[in-house]
Design a protein around this ligand. Structure first.
Ligand SMILES: Cc1cc2nc3c(=O)[nH]c(=O)nc-3n(C[C@H](O)[C@H](O)[C@H](O)COP(=O)(O)OP(=O)(O)OC[C@H]3O[C@@H](n4cnc5c(N)ncnc54)[C@H](O)[C@@H]3O)c2cc1C
Length: 394
């Protein structure tokens, strides 16, 4: 496993800021392409990562991590073979299956800490320099290079690079000239929990538009991981309530589909916002992953989109001797524009459209779901967008 490196270099070709899954993937793939990369991560690698998120990764995202050397043990993955979309109290449903895309699986669910650990191991195996326990406090984009200010153990030091890749989740972007971060607060929170049910999941991920808010049930080992979008007050109350209270609401929303709910454990709450920047590049700086767009988790697309950002950046850099030159950054922004807009727009419209419980809204979404279900080419196309992205080469 990697340890905190002792020396902070003064100059590198590419500095990746943030060693979350997207930053780690970018650093690995850039290093594989022969670039001199340093990854800077605020976290202590020895500290246990407490994060209750279970992530649904598409088949294409899992393949991208594997190609970068990120080996998640098979035991930590739960396959998704089918995605079942329905709504409470009304007609309309869509079932997407691995057969629609002729794939061995549509994707898999894994815990965020398991992915972080596999990334950490891959970085160590590949010999990528990681400055752990080091926070970037300032970023400035200049014509010939970008300048970062690093802080570790209370000591500040400068680092210059040809290209700075911000994969920090989004706090640093606004220091860049001309970059504005728009924030849309959904006034919603995600309630997370693990459910054990009488009937097994059989590799099916459920998306259900319940009257109380959209809920996702992801297959996770022999249980389900619940992500239920609720008002912040309801989510907090359900996190702290006796389990029977949550089970009663789930029974109502799921209409007994999985038999009895035997237990709910590991409850946690995440506030939900949409954060988007007006541009994903500035002089000598590129934004990827949540730093470029932070989305509502209703469609489980945030990290999948971030993975494609990382791959897009590697592709844009490939042809150039200088990875931070204006042409590379323009190419990166162009490569990622359509996919990012489409996925962010789709997710946002899901939240808005499925927020309503009126008859008209319910009929409209029922119609949309049924149309997808009965028109195989439309269904296959939709499934393809979810697994591979929009406008990306397959
Ligand atoms: C409840 C929930 C469920 C989700 N489910 C899914 C899902 O099923 N599928 C999916 O695709 N997505 C999902 N997402 C979204 C997904 O979690 C994010 O899109 C993904 O984690 C983004 O990865 P990232 O590497 O860009 O950022 P992060 O995971 O936020 O990592 C950023 C890293 O940067 C480091 N850092 C931050 N600031 C600095 C700094 N100044 N200097 C140095 N290091 C710094 C942090 O320590 C962190 O390690 C979900 C999100 C939530 C909230």
């Amino acid at each position: 496993m990697s340890r905190a490196s002792e020396t902070v270099p003064e100059h590198v070709e590419i500095a990746v800021v943030g060693g979350g899954p997207v930053g780690a993937l970018a650093a690995l793939r850039l290093a594989q392409a022969g670039r001199k990369v340093v990854l800077i991560e605020a976290r202590d690698p020895a500290a246990k990562l407490a994060d209750a998120r279970a992530i649904a990764l598409s088949w294409a995202s899992l393949a991208a991590f594997a190609e970068a050397g990120v080996m998640v043990p098979e035991a930590a993955l739960t396959a998704i073979d089918t995605v079942h979309v329905s709504q409470q109290g009304s007609w309309g449903r869509t079932v997407l299956s691995r057969d629609d895309l002729d794939l061995p699986r549509l994707g898999a669910v894994l815990d965020y800490p398991a992915l972080a650990e596999a990334c950490q191991q891959a970085l160590a195996d590949a010999g990528v320099t990681v400055l752990w326990r080091t926070r970037v406090t300032e970023v400035a984009a200049l014509t010939a290079f970008a300048r970062l200010t690093l802080s570790r153990d209370g000591k500040a030091s400068p680092l210059t690079c040809r290209l700075a890749v911000l994969a920090d989740g989004g706090e640093l972007a606004e220091q860049l000239l001309g970059v504005i971060r728009r924030v849309h607060d959904y006034q919603q929170s995600a309630l997370l929990a693990e459910l054990r049910t009488e009937r097994p999941h059989d590799g099916v991920a459920y998306e259900r538009f319940s009257r109380r808010g959209p809920l996702a049930l992801l297959p996770h080992g022999d249980a389900f991981k619940l992500v239920w979008t609720r008002s912040p007050d309801e989510a907090q109350a359900l996190r702290d309530a006796p389990p029977e209270v949550l089970i009663a609401q789930l029974d109502e929303a799921l209409a007994g589909r999985f038999g009895q709910i035997l237990s709910v454990t590991g409850r946690a709450v995440f506030p939900l916002t949409l954060k988007q920047v007006n541009r994903t590049v500035s002089d000598r700086v590129a934004l990827i992953g949540n730093a470029a767009q932070t989305m509502h988790p209703v469609a489980a697309q945030g990290l999948n989109l971030g993975v494609r950002d990382a791959l897009g950046l590697v592709e844009a850099v490939a042809a150039s001797a200088d990875p931070g030159e204006a042409g590379v950054l323009r190419r990166y922004a162009e490569l990622r524009r359509l996919d990012s807009r489409a996925v962010v727009g789709f997710t946002h419209s899901l939240v808005s459209l499925f927020d309503g419980n009126g008859t008209a809204v319910s009929l409209l979404r029922g119609l949309g779901m049924n149309l997808l279900d009965i028109v195989p080419p439309a269904r296959r196309r939709f499934a393809g967008h979810l697994v591979f992205g929009v406008g990306t080469a397959r």
